[in-house]
Unconditional design. Structure first.
Length: 217
């Protein structure tokens, strides 16, 4: 019997990082004379990496993106990673229980160094071995490319059929489809707004609160 593997997205799935991401993006916008954007707007831009987030923020502000805007954002966000960011309610307890049933991993488009700092700072690193955390700046293309997901599956010596990807966004859904694994949609996450739930197929799952993961997984 194959080892069961549960792969988690980070932002909007394990952690609520929307305020720190919003404050950092807005600091860059304001520095270049643009008006700040709301948390709801910024939240919908998250999921495909910092470069895409900043490009979308400047596009929404109808401003041309300065050449150093991305580097400025990364420097600002690096100082705010854990200012307001926190695990979703009951997430540590959920992970502790799921860890008794399956191998746990993280697949995110956030840079690996920042991912590790957040997991350690929020005391979530204990649930994931170093080899089971894949960031967006490593040797694998970012999601929705399934290479990182396939690496985690191979590392766990398991199969796609025995793997579930938990995520809150269209990017996670496409990653699951591309990797041939089952999706569990974290509808509580800030990336789930506007998700076409009616297009989910049989076998794909939805949870509205982190605690719901105990039942479906």
């Amino acid at each position: 019997m194959s080892t069961r593997l549960i792969v988690f997205d980070l932002d909007g799935t394990l952690i609520d990082s929307r305020r720190d991401l919003t404050d950092s993006a807005n600091a860059v916008l304001v520095a270049y004379g643009a008006d700040p954007l709301s948390e709801a707007v910024i939240g919908r831009m998250v999921g495909e990496g910092a470069a895409t987030l900043i490009a979308r923020a400047f596009a929404a502000s109808e401003r041309e993106q300065p050449p150093d805007a991305l580097d400025r954002f990364l420097a600002i966000y690096d100082q705010r990673l854990l200012r307001h960011t926190h695990p979703y309610p009951k997430m540590p307890e959920v992970l502790a229980e799921l860890q008794t049933r399956a191998r746990l991993a993280v697949l995110t488009n956030k840079p690996l160094r920042a991912t590790r700092r957040i997991l350690a700072g929020l005391d979530l690193a204990r649930y994931f071995s170093d080899d089971d955390v894949v960031g967006g700046d490593g040797p694998f293309p970012r999601k929705p490319n399934p290479a990182g997901l396939r690496h985690l599956i191979a590392s766990a010596a398991t199969t796609a059929d025995a793997t579930v990807l938990v995520g809150d966004s269209l990017i996670d859904w496409r990653t699951a489809q591309n990797g041939g694994v089952t999706l569990c949609l974290a509808r509580y996450g800030f990336g789930a707004e506007g998700f076409p739930v009616d297009q989910l197929i049989d076998g794909e799952m939805i949870v509205d609160q982190p605690d719901g993961l105990r039942g479906v997984l």
